[in-house]
Design a protein around this ligand. Sequence first.
Ligand SMILES: [Zn+2]
Length: 351
Amino acid sequence: MKDRTPDNERAYRSVPLTIRLRRRGRTLQTIDRRIQVARRTLQWWRCDGSMTAAKELFGVVRGILDTMEMTFPCPACLSDAWAEIGIHRYWRTEHEPGGVWYRDEEVRLRRQVLFDVWFPEAAAVTLRSRRCSICGMICYAPRPDNAELTSKYDFLGAAMPGSPTPGTSGLVEAADAARASGILEALTPHLAGEGSVLDVGGRDGRLMAPFADRGFKCFLVDQMEHVRPGVRKLGDRMDDVPAHLTFDAAVCSHVLEHVAAPRELLELIHDRLRSGGVVYVEVPHEVFYNNVWNPIVVQPVEHINFFTLDALERILSGSGFTVEKAGVGLSSYDGQPLPVIRAVGVKPEAP
Ligand SMILES: [Zn+2]
């Protein structure tokens, strides 16, 4: 603020009024310009609360990323009513030689995704967990988008080129066979004796075994190259499914927690089912007690969506399905016991 002593006031008054107004106008123009820039930045930021936007801004204002707030709707119910429930900070040194996670390959690789793929210039990354006030879904911000998730899988695929086909031990085979039987049982009331079923993101198609045994034509969409006998791979993603194919049933098990746009994926599945067709959806149940069990405490790369039962029901109904059955239970993944949320949705018959 200017020093308004009597001397200064006299000097100020001695300046002709036209010049004083011109100076004031310039000041106002400068302020106005700064407000416009700030407003544009805010609008740009709000319309694209993705990791890409975060990285661009990170380059501009490196070091203050954790003061930023990014906006994206709830992936399940599309609400904007988020409540912040946790702050997680990760340090690059933690997975480097001597760091606490250096010898844990699974965590180290995923932290490398965070620091070498998503935030390559950061020494530390801060993420904020938020819970949807409507459906209870938990996500974190900044949130990776499709491009970042593709880069993640490219990195992990290159880092583990010779990784064995998952689930080759007897224990895992038995646990997956039990999972597959449970899915067939859940879908049976909605299926005729035979038909076609599409497994979306089912790795090598292991969940299709009991369907194939019952005479179903089994199809698969997944990036995995090796596919089990009796299952026909249609491509890496839903876009690869030939346009003329529709299915009586679809299975989407342990997929929605990984993807940037889970609701859009369910809409694509809905489009590919016949009227009256049915989908089985299963996700891990990882949301417990105010985020205490939220697994991003160790690494935020593996899962980006943490569902509640309500969130799973809302995302199904929001993508066009009638929820026939939904519940929380105990299942397994890679042979390990795992609490899960399951639901069966039916595509309504065309009027
Ligand atoms: Zn929600």
